[in-house]
Ligand binder design. Structure first.
Ligand code: AMP
Length: 310
């Protein structure tokens, strides 16, 4: 494999090129843009796992040019969150990205993304960013402001035709969809299903924080979500949520939230009402704060999925 020092501004690994700033990115994408080739973007914070790879493979299958961004965005981490210890292994990410067929890996420094004098924020208002993770007692709106600001910058600097996100972060995907529509970004947003471990645990870079015992307890999150869906189907959403809470209690997990919401607007859902319902959970398990969700689809309330709403 053709491996060049990471310090090189443009690193070639197989056909993958590593780009460190916007000017390099712009120059690298210029021929594709000029020739009207489709550009796919997969934003990530690295520490790649099968969830990320599923997005990269989808982009590879659908687009002429695949750009993956790798940026642990400091502005979406709150006080006391895990910014400093967030898992980072750029060499491994490069190898995995190359294996998934990525053409350009854009890994800018924080200074180049937020140079001196940076003063602009992009914020989606309302329930979309104020509920669930956006609740002031949890990560808060500032988290989503950090996400939308950096994703807007990525959309502007990459100019993707299609951008890929995971249903694992359902609220983030809904917020980005809203932002792209409201600000007329000429990009199609694709949201792909959550990839899970064999025992149901949603893949996450933060699973690395789990001790073996907590790793086992963490399976209660996906079991609780499934219980909500199954009991809601047989009785009511309230019964379903009650059942889900019992599953978490049995694993000695105190949820930050276990809630049913309209999948698109994130307004509270009290019953199955013919619209897709998002059942979302967040909980601290040992050293990790984990999130997960499932969708209850209107067409067939017996089907519960980690799928995106199409
Ligand atoms: P992150 O690196 O955690 O910021 O995630 C980058 C992208 O990968 C986001 O769009 C996530 O929703 C997506 N993603 C993370 N985990 C999964 C998963 N288990 N399945 C599918 N997509 C995922």
């Amino acid at each position: 494999m053709n491996f060049v020092r990471l310090a090189d501004p443009v690193l070639a690994q197989g056909d993958l090129k590593l780009l460190r700033d916007k000017a390099e990115l712009c120059a690298a994408l210029e021929p594709a843009r000029r020739e009207g080739r489709t550009i796919g973007l997969v934003p990530t914070m690295g520490a790649l796992h099968e969830g990320h790879l599923s997005l990269l493979r989808a982009a590879r299958a659908e687009c002429d040019v695949v750009v993956m961004s790798l940026f642990v965005n400091p502005t979406q981490f709150g006080e006391g969150e895990d910014l400093d210890r967030y898992p980072r292994d750029e060499q491994r990410d490069l190898r995995l990205a190359a294996g998934a067929g990525v053409d350009f890996l854009y890994a800018p420094s924080a200074d180049s993304v937020y140079p001196d004098g940076f003063s602009t924020q992009v914020e989606v208002e309302g329930e979309l960013t104020g509920a669930l993770d956006g609740d002031p007692g949890r990560r808060g709106r500032e988290h989503f402001r950090g996400v939308t600001t950096v994703v807007a910058k990525l959309f502007n600097s990459v100019g993707p035709d299609i951008a890929y996100f995971g249903q694992k972060d359902a609220q983030q995907a809904a917020v980005i969809r809203r932002m792209a529509a409201d600000l007329d970004f000429p990009v199609r947003i694709e949201v792909l299903p959550t990839v899970r471990e064999a025992d149901g645990l949603a893949m996450s870079s933060r699973n690395a924080y789990l001790s073996p015992e907590d790793r086992e307890r963490a399976t209660a999150l996906s079991r609780a979500l499934r219980a909500v869906g199954e009991t809601a189907r047989a009785g009511s959403l309230a019964d379903g949520l009650e059942h889900g809470r019992r599953v978490l209690d049995e694993a000695d997990i105190e949820a930050e939230y276990l809630e049913a919401r309209d999948a698109e607007r994130l307004t509270p859902a009290v019953e199955l009402n013919g619209r897709p319902i998002l059942v979302a959970v967040a909980a601290r398990v040992g050293d990790a704060r984990l999130i997960d969700n499932v969708l209850i689809r209107p067409s067939d309330p017996t089907s519960i999925s980690s799928d995106h709403e199409s």
